[in-house]
Design a protein around this ligand. Structure first.
Ligand SMILES: CC(C)(COP(=O)(O)OP(=O)(O)OC[C@H]1O[C@@H](n2cnc3c(N)ncnc32)[C@H](O)[C@@H]1OP(=O)(O)O)[C@@H](O)C(=O)NCCC(=O)NCCS
Length: 230
């Protein structure tokens, strides 16, 4: 009988460095994930970081709306919509085994664009210890080294100084601002989003060695045809 990892290769991916490990979210992670979100994400004094305030939805387990049901829809969508033209990896981040946040990696028409996009968050209690920088370095390094990406794009709401600092430390350069909207609990508001881009030329790698498992099967599954240079 095949293992779950053989059936769905994203589950075989593991990217780690020091105490931090990234793996594609499984249903077994959900209780810890829900608990983490309930502990809060937004740092005091910084703007609401997301385009939609999913983390502030009323807590209503077992109900058709509210958190966590609306978030389950999003997390499961990332798994359910895998295709070579558009894929999303929802990676749970563990530090010393404890679930501390999520790091997403997403691409559209990767074979043609060689571009990936990222989004990430950590529970409040786990911020400010370098984890946010390391998890972004891990996913960007994975995109460059294992998938043969040429650029990684991200963006943050103007004034999100923690995200700006992470982007700077990982080697991203500013790539313009765009006016967009945020869906907050109080309604839809206009905000500026700072776009940022990192390329292999500017990327700042982690200090410690990185280990990647499951990349070969994932490349086949994503239809990534170019084996990256060793
Ligand atoms: C953004 C986030 C992922 C960063 O993770 P982290 O583990 O806290 O980041 P690190 O500890 O690696 O680095 C944080 C940097 O932000 C800086 N920072 C944090 N809060 C800050 C503030 N209020 N003002 C200025 N700088 C701040 C820290 O000083 C540090 O930079 P330094 O190392 O140069 O001093 C995390 O803070 C988070 O989840 N925030 C809420 C969600 C979010 O903003 N997600 C990103 C959406 S684009």
């Amino acid at each position: 009988m095949l293992t779950l990892e053989e059936i769905f290769p994203p589950f075989a991916l593991a990217i780690s460095c020091g105490p931090v490990e990234l793996r594609v979210m499984r249903d077994d992670d959900l209780p810890e994930l829900v608990e983490l979100v309930r502990g809060g994400i937004q740092a005091p004094g910084l703007p609401m970081p997301f385009l939609r305030a999913w983390h502030e939805e009323p807590f209503a387990p077992g109900a058709p709306e509210g958190f966590p049901t609306t978030s389950l829809w999003w997390w499961w969508t990332q798994r359910a919509t895998f295709a070579p033209d558009e894929w999303r990896l929802a990676l749970v981040v563990r530090r010393d085994g404890e679930l501390v946040g999520m790091q997403d990696l997403h691409a559209q028409h990767f074979a043609q664009t060689r571009t990936v996009m990222t989004g990430s968050w950590l529970g409040r209690a786990h911020q400010g210890r370098g984890t946010g920088t390391l998890m972004r370095q891990l996913v960007v390094g994975f995109a460059f080294d294992e998938l043969g990406a040429d650029r990684c794009e991200s963006g943050y709401i103007a004034g999100n100084l923690a995200s700006a600092a992470v982007s700077r430390k990982v080697g991203y350069v500013d790539d313009g601002r765009r006016r967009t909207v945020q869906h907050t609990r109080q309604g839809v508001v206009g905000v500026d989003e700072q776009r940022v881009t990192v390329t292999p030329a500017t990327f700042v790698r982690p200090d410690a060695p990185v280990s990647v498992q499951g990349a070969e099967a994932l490349r086949r599954f994503l239809g990534v045809d170019r084996t990256p240079a060793a």
